[in-house]
Design a protein around this ligand. Structure first.
Ligand code: C2E
Ligand code: MG
Ligand code: MG
Length: 520
């Protein structure tokens, strides 16, 4: 720093620095030093140095940083920290990154042990596993706890044979000899591995493939090792094949929106429709979003796609309003949309162009999407709420939202995941979860949607639990625009039909739903 130059300038802070020194009691202290320059009326400068001891503050900050990146039970790096480390291993500056294997291991009967001996013993077993992994797998660059009874190791090696050898060592390292409250226990695990760069070059994909391999080992009966096998993974082969074609799909206008109606709690009145994307492939037929959304992201087409969904859904909404079909619209967004700070502006513009009141649009984001980076989500969701658009937390119950985030993120609606709703009429545990989720949503001031209503019994239960909005194949499947309009119009003609009739005489399509204003 050029102090002489600084001294020629105006009054103000000149310099701020931190230094460490040894206290006479032998401890190391951190001192913050600030130099401020004052000019007197004659223009002469005086420099005043201030210092303060910031040792405790810096220690506290360091503790917080450590807690955010480490698991509280084992002290190992957590999932977020592992992801960072993987990224570093994959991008080592200008040097060519070294190949490595990512292992995921899941303990085989941990839940039973936890239930039998209690959580404090479960925690103790997790600490013993962490210790063994660190001690026995010396070659591991990273050992992390992913959550629950799942651990991960990244090990530099460059062949499948080496990966299989390390997989075997991991299985051996666990084995017998755990002491819990005077009992001697044995443990086994299912271990899966994926190789960088052979199988994937990004941390998320590598984690996903290692996870798939781990499930192959688990399906094989546990206590086994499996390496990701691209040949067996037909799903990924299909995806790779589709990847090249998506860009053309836009030009060839093969993408479609289907619309699924959602209803009030009686199942009678249609409140709106959710737009769901489909790809009408010339050879493969109708491709569902789960099979092409991820590829969209990899191809850098997310923005174009979301803009297309918004334009198509809103112009369809206006066309319906003009025909007298008074429906609200819901569309789905993906994680990449949360990165796009232009999105609120685009939505505002499209709403204005289509003369649609912003309150009639709801954007849906899954719990996992929002929780990828909750702080960033807060900014985008806040901007969307500011323009008057509703925001729904989709697939609630499947992801990792904490109560704190649920409370502080600006949602207007919560959609309970269909995996809980589907069987709630026959599974009392699912019914209990759905009832609690409805209570939680209401306590947070949210409108609650039950999705995946497949029968009358489920519809009645949801109504009895106080669910505000119902959606599902029993009431209406996702359909092309024309069929959706016909379906809604047909329901309106049967408006006197009771939804409480026995299931056998009441097909879903005839539930007597009525749009808020009838088609002319
Ligand atoms: P989602 O938003 O939770 O949509 C509901 C999914 O449940 C849809 O699957 C729908 O067809 C299905 N579903 C509805 N009722 C029932 C029922 O009664 N029983 C059963 N078993 N399933 C039912 P779909 O269309 O395959 O969409 C899957 C997911 O893909 C959506 O889940 C959404 O997260 C995503 N998605 C769909 N369209 C788009 C889009 O345009 N953009 C983005 N970013 N994501 C989309
Ligand atoms: Mg949705
Ligand atoms: Mg959903």
């Amino acid at each position: 720093m050029d102090l002489a130059k600084l001294m020629r300038g105006e009054s103000g802070l000149l310099v701020r620095a931190e230094t460490r020194f040894r206290h006479k009691d032998g401890s190391w202290r951190t001192l913050e030093v600030m130099g401020t320059k004052f000019l007197d009326s004659a223009g002469d400068a005086t420099c005043v140095l201030n210092s303060r001891d910031v040792t405790e503050q810096r220690l506290w900050e360091e503790t917080l940083r450590h807690q955010a990146l480490h698991d509280g039970i084992t002290g190992l790096p957590n999932r977020a920290c592992l992801r960072d480390r993987l990224q570093t291993l994959m991008h080592t500056g200008r040097r060519k990154p070294k190949p490595f294997a990512l292992f995921i291991l899941d303990l085989d009967s941990f839940k039973e042990m936890n239930d039998t001996f209690g959580h404090h013993c479960g925690d103790d077993i997790l600490r013993q596993v962490a210790y063994r992994l660190q001690k026995h797998i010396r070659s591991a660059d990273v050992v992390a706890r992913m959550g629950g009874d799942e651990f991960a190791l990244a090990v530099c090696l460059d062949s499948r044979e080496d990966a299989a050898a390390v997989g075997g060592r991991i299985l051996d390292a666990l084995g017998p000899g755990y002491e819990v409250e005077g009992h001697k226990l044995s443990l086994s695990a299912s271990v899966g591995a994926a190789l960088f760069p052979e199988h994937a070059v990004g941390p998320d994909n590598l984690l996903r493939l290692a996870d798939m391999a781990m499930y192959t080992a688990k399906r094989g009966g546990g206590g086994r090792f499996a390496i990701y096998d691209i040949e067996r993974d037909s799903h990924s082969r299909d995806r790779i094949a589709l990847q090249g074609e998506l860009r053309d799909a836009f030009e060839r206008e093969e993408l479609r929106l289907h619309f699924q109606p959602f209803f009030d709690s009686t199942g009678k009145h249609v409140l709106g429709v959710e737009a769901l994307a489909r790809w009408q492939h010339p050879r493969r037929g109708l491709i569902m979003p789960g099979d092409f959304l991820e590829t969209l992201g990899q191809d850098g087409l997310s923005r174009v796609f979301t803009a297309w969904v918004l334009k198509s859904a809103l112009s369809q909404c206006t066309a319906w309003h003009e025909e007298g079909l008074d429906v609200d619209m819901a569309i789905n967004l993906s994680a990449r949309d949360l990165d796009d700070n232009q999105l609120p502006r685009l939505i505002s513009k499209l709403l204005a162009e289509n003369h649609i009141d912003p309150r009639r649009l709801t954007v849906e984001l899954t719990e996992d999407t929002v929780m990828l980076e909750p702080e960033r989500s807060r900014a985008t969701l806040g901007a969307l709420r500011e323009i008057g658009v509703g925001v729904a937390l989709d697939d609630f119950g499947c992801g990792h939202a904490t109560f704190t985030w649920l409370r502080t993120l600006p949602f207007s609606r919560m959609k309970i995941d269909r995996s809980f709703v589907l069987n709630m009429a026959v599974q009392k545990e699912d019914a209990a979860i759905v009832r609690s989720a409805i209570g939680l949503g209401h306590d947070l001031g949210l409108t609650v949607v039950g999705e995946g209503v497949e029968n009358l019994a489920t519809m009645r239960l949801l109504k009895a639990f106080g669910c505000d909005i119902l959606q599902g194949n029993y009431l209406g499947r996702p359909m092309p625009a024309k069929s959706a309009a016909r379906h809604i119009a047909r329901l309106s003609r049967d408006e006197d039909r009771e939804t409480d009739e026995p299931e056998s005489v009441l097909p879903g399509a005839l539930l007597g739903a009525v749009p808020r204003s009838l088609p002319s």
